[in-house]
Design a protein around this ligand. Sequence first.
Ligand SMILES: Cc1cc2nc3c(=O)[nH]c(=O)nc-3n(C[C@H](O)[C@H](O)[C@H](O)COP(=O)(O)OP(=O)(O)OC[C@H]3O[C@@H](n4cnc5c(N)ncnc54)[C@H](O)[C@@H]3O)c2cc1C
Length: 511
Amino acid sequence: MPESGVVVVGAGVAGLVSALLLAQQGLRVTVLESADHPGGKMRQLQVDGAAIDSGPTVFTMRWVFDRIFDAAGTSLARELNTSPLSVLARHAWADGSRLDLHADPLQSIQAVAEFAGPDEAQRFERFCQQARLVHDTLEGPFIRSPSPTLLQMASALGPSGLRVLLGMGVMPSLWRSLGQHFRDPRLQQLFGRYATYCGSSPWQAPATLMLIAQVEMDGVWSVDGGMHALAQCLARLGAQRGVQFRYGESVQRITLSQDRASGVQLASGETIAAQAVVFNGDVAALRTGLLGAGPLPQAVKGRAAERSLSAITWSINAPTHGFPLERHNVFFQDDYASEFTDIFDRARLPHKPTVYVCAQDRGLADTPTGPERLLCLVNAPALGDSDHITPEAIDQCEQASFQWLQRCGLQVSLQSHNHVRTTPAQFHQLFPATGGALYGQATHGWMSAFARSNSASRIPGLFLAGGSVHPGPGVPMAALSGQLAAEAVMAHRALTKRYHPVLTSGGMSTP
Ligand SMILES: Cc1cc2nc3c(=O)[nH]c(=O)nc-3n(C[C@H](O)[C@H](O)[C@H](O)COP(=O)(O)OP(=O)(O)OC[C@H]3O[C@@H](n4cnc5c(N)ncnc54)[C@H](O)[C@@H]3O)c2cc1C
């Protein structure tokens, strides 16, 4: 095997983490990224002179990055300024009711009591206890496990862990389980929304996804410079450790030699040999043969599963009026079920979209007086590679979304110069083979979490990292997958060379 280093295809958060940790181990790493900047979905758009975070905005599971930065020989606190938010999110309904969830659990309980009465507040407390239990039960045996199977997880859970899962009933959906917890439909709606954090419908997602509520209740941070600054930081640390970044380079093919990954071929025709390839694009690209035919489409687990949600986003720099925005705001419609039947059953844009608004100048600093930076998002079907979603349908959805904000009291005036809209078709262009799905495959049904590929693909020398592989989507989860991929590469090297890194759950070290 030539001594040719590791090629990482894609500079999304998982690719950046893999590259950083492998370079920290002394490996020669080249990152090839088709965009002209790092971050992938963690992108920033310039709108009317303002830099707007236009991908992920909610930074959770800080401990994941604490460990990654630690494994890279530094610390998150040294490299980036992050601040905890005291209000996790503000939720609003058209009848004028509002509920804030707070970092302080007692404040949240009090807020729920004022919003829905003391009995519901007690039910909220019991829900929090169960969400914590599910989170703590699954963190080790599933989230941190490199390749969980149902059998393996059951044995790792042990009798007490199994009791926690069985205590939830026989595999109910998140929606049904929430219906058992809450009487107030608005709370069912609020906590059901966490399924959309991994691109899924609350009606089809397993009840275990209530752990996402726990993740958020454990803390939401804002990052100075926005989430894109996290990507830039990881790229900078990688470069300091010798990673070579080549932007504007699309990988057209992963090359194989004797059925092992041997390198990549770029769109320019250039070939680069590699001892190992880490693929950070969506596994759908491999599965559909976009990176080459032959055995490559079989490198990933299972058949093509249902795509997760896409979105329409508006990155806006404009003044707002009429509603006291927090940093994270959700404006709920009355008929929540229709949003998901529209998207997943009728394959169309929701006619009653829930609107998420990230007000990026709020939460820590004083309320802005002039134009402010917003990211507005509504869920959409991942049909960006078809002509199902017409420009007229997108305009209609835009109208419905901003009229809904107005009904809830928030006025934002969209003008051609003050916003940039991104549609499922544009997300599909940015993230090939996805139709614009932003979270890999949907987490629908109990077994879906086990249907994701692991970091080691079925082709020796080819590794997978990103939101479409285990442990799943979201910035911290994708980062974890990048760490798992780096560990798998090191283990592969240990097998193919007489080189023995020590693998530890908190990262890697070489004796
Ligand atoms: C609008 C939006 C809002 C979101 N909100 C949140 C949130 O609040 N919190 C949260 O935790 N998560 C959120 N997410 C999800 C989160 O952003 C993703 O799960 C995560 O960033 C995915 O990272 P990744 O490592 O899979 O790489 P990606 O971000 O998918 O990047 C993959 C990279 O690979 C490159 N690439 C692919 N194929 C090739 C090729 N052949 N050659 C060269 N380069 C290639 C792409 O250009 C891209 O840069 C959101 C996502 C979006 C889009």
